[in-house]
Design a protein around this ligand. Structure first.
Ligand code: SF4
Ligand code: SF4
Length: 116
């Protein structure tokens, strides 16, 4: 499942540079599928969602750092454990029960984002 940042986040910024998928954004910043990935132009995600990779999307939080669920692979394909959770000083990067995925789905997302 994807990782989610809870409202206990203290905005330290430690997690953002650790994410291999650029799935973590500072509060109030726009996000894009193309950021830190090989995606560009019109895309269809492995979950069937159509999007434009270069289009800027509204922030998921205006107050704290946030994770884009479609871009988070739980670090599968890069690391043995979620890097955001490993560095977070207040342990507020936790599994998101609303976005449960299998290991195969997570690997599929990683390949989709980085092997075009
Ligand atoms: S678990 Fe990994 S891929 Fe997901 S947001 Fe954290 S660092 Fe990024
Ligand atoms: S490392 Fe933790 S406290 Fe720091 S910005 Fe990321 S989620 Fe927030």
């Amino acid at each position: 499942m994807a990782i989610i940042i809870t409202d206990e986040c203290i905005n330290c910024g430690a997690c953002e540079p650790e994410c291999p998928n650029t799935a973590i954004y500072e509060g109030a910043d726009d996000w894009r599928y193309a950021d830190g990935t090989d995606l560009s132009g019109d895309i269809v995600l492995p979950n069937g969602k159509a999007a434009n990779a270069n289009e800027a999307h509204e922030p998921l939080s205006d107050e704290i750092y946030y994770i884009v669920p479609d871009k988070c692979t739980e670090c599968v394909g890069f690391h043995d454990e979620p890097q955001c959770a490993a560095v977070c000083p207040v342990d507020c990067c936790v599994p998101d029960p609303a976005n449960e995925e299998t290991q195969e789905q997570l690997m599929g997302k990683q390949k989709f984002m980085h092997n075009e």
